[in-house]
Design a protein around this ligand. Structure first.
Ligand code: ZN
Length: 336
């Protein structure tokens, strides 16, 4: 399939268009992960009861809390695993919903809406996903056992702990300053969010004389906001995608080939907007082969990368086509 020739009238540079493609690709990977989880029923887990327990469990009536009974009778791990998966997949869906709409608005230069829509996924939803990644039991406990919603709030200090935890456990850069810092920085979404959410601001980043935030913004200023969006949003999106894929793969347990192929595909896509790893990729031989006929792909790096970016990997031997805009699952059928 050929990459669609998008003629958005508003992009002021090729870089922004590439960034736009990259962000949409990340959204498509998230969608395909959710679809895969749904098809494989990954939200459910099976519980092996002892005979006695099964008898007691099946005699519970409608008024009894089954999850409570399981937790108090030695099945807490299984109940928490099911809760974890349910919360995680739901949070990924929430993250995707907001991100997708934000990206579409950015592409149409509706930048106040695009920025306003980033606040919940970047601060709150990603915060919950990070919390699940470093301390899932506390999230589940606070959600199911307490009536106090403030216990689940990801405030500045909580976010600091969680992002440090993610850094330590997974080695990713969670971009804490960009997402949470609101003082002594020009590199933060907070100031823009303030203006995107309120038409007049007085304290932090006060509206200038004769200004209603984002209302009278002229063309040049809008172009600046657009450039910043397409430079910075991919950084956080890339991090979110890597963290989510790591958590997803720990549940789905795809085979090694699937993991490698997808890692490579994500790197190539990321490299198209953040070109820092080209040399590293070039120095490696292409590790892919066709999942249908198992013939190695015989292509130079540039051609191979361009196939991945255009959305289809094509086998010259058996004509099999793989959609590379998604989380690739074709290699799951290979016996290794
Ligand atoms: Zn083939």
């Amino acid at each position: 399939m050929k990459r669609p020739d998008l003629t958005y009238p508003y992009f002021n540079s090729k870089d922004n268009l590439n960034s736009h493609y990259y962000l949409l690709y990340c959204c498509d990977v998230l969608t395909s992960i959710l679809q895969y989880a749904d098809n494989k029923n990954l939200g459910n887990i099976s519980i092996k009861f002892s005979n006695d327990d099964w008898e007691k469990f099946s005699k519970l009536n409608d008024n009894d809390d089954r999850a409570d009974w399981l937790v108090s009778n030695g099945y807490k791990n299984q109940v928490y695993e099911k809760d974890y998966r349910h919360i995680l997949f739901s949070a990924i869906k929430d993250f995707h919903n907001f991100m997708f709409e934000s990206i579409i608005c950015a592409g149409k230069m509706k930048l106040s809406v695009a920025y306003a829509l980033l606040r919940r996924p970047f601060k709150d939803t990603l915060g919950i996903i990070e919390w699940l990644a470093v301390d899932r039991d506390t999230v589940i406990y606070n959600l199911s056992e307490t009536d106090n919603p403030t216990k689940l709030k990801v405030n500045f200090h909580k976010a600091q702990d969680l992002t440090n935890g993610v850094k330590e456990k997974y080695g990713f850069e969670p971009h804490f300053d960009l997402r949470y810092k609101n003082k002594n920085t020009n590199l933060s979404f907070e100031l823009i969010w303030n203006k995107a959410l309120h038409i007049v601001t007085a304290k932090t980043s006060p509206s200038g004389k004769g200004e209603l935030n984002f209302v009278f913004t002229d063309k040049d200023k809008l172009a600046e906001f657009s450039d910043w969006y397409y430079k910075v949003v991919p950084l956080v999106m890339n991090y979110a995608l890597e963290l989510i894929v790591t958590l997803f793969e720990a549940i789905a347990m795809p085979n090694e080939i699937t993991v490698t192929v997808n890692k490579f595909n994500r790197l190539i896509h990321c490299n198209s907007v953040m070109p820092t790893i080209t040399d590293l990729l070039r120095s490696n031989t292409i590790p892919f082969f066709c999942p249908q006929c198992e013939t190695p792909y015989d292509a130079e790096y540039d051609e191979f990368a361009s196939q991945l970016l255009c959305g289809t990997l094509y086998c010259n031997n058996c004509n099999t086509e793989i959609d590379t805009r998604l989380y690739i699952t074709e290699y799951e059928n290979i016996v290794i």
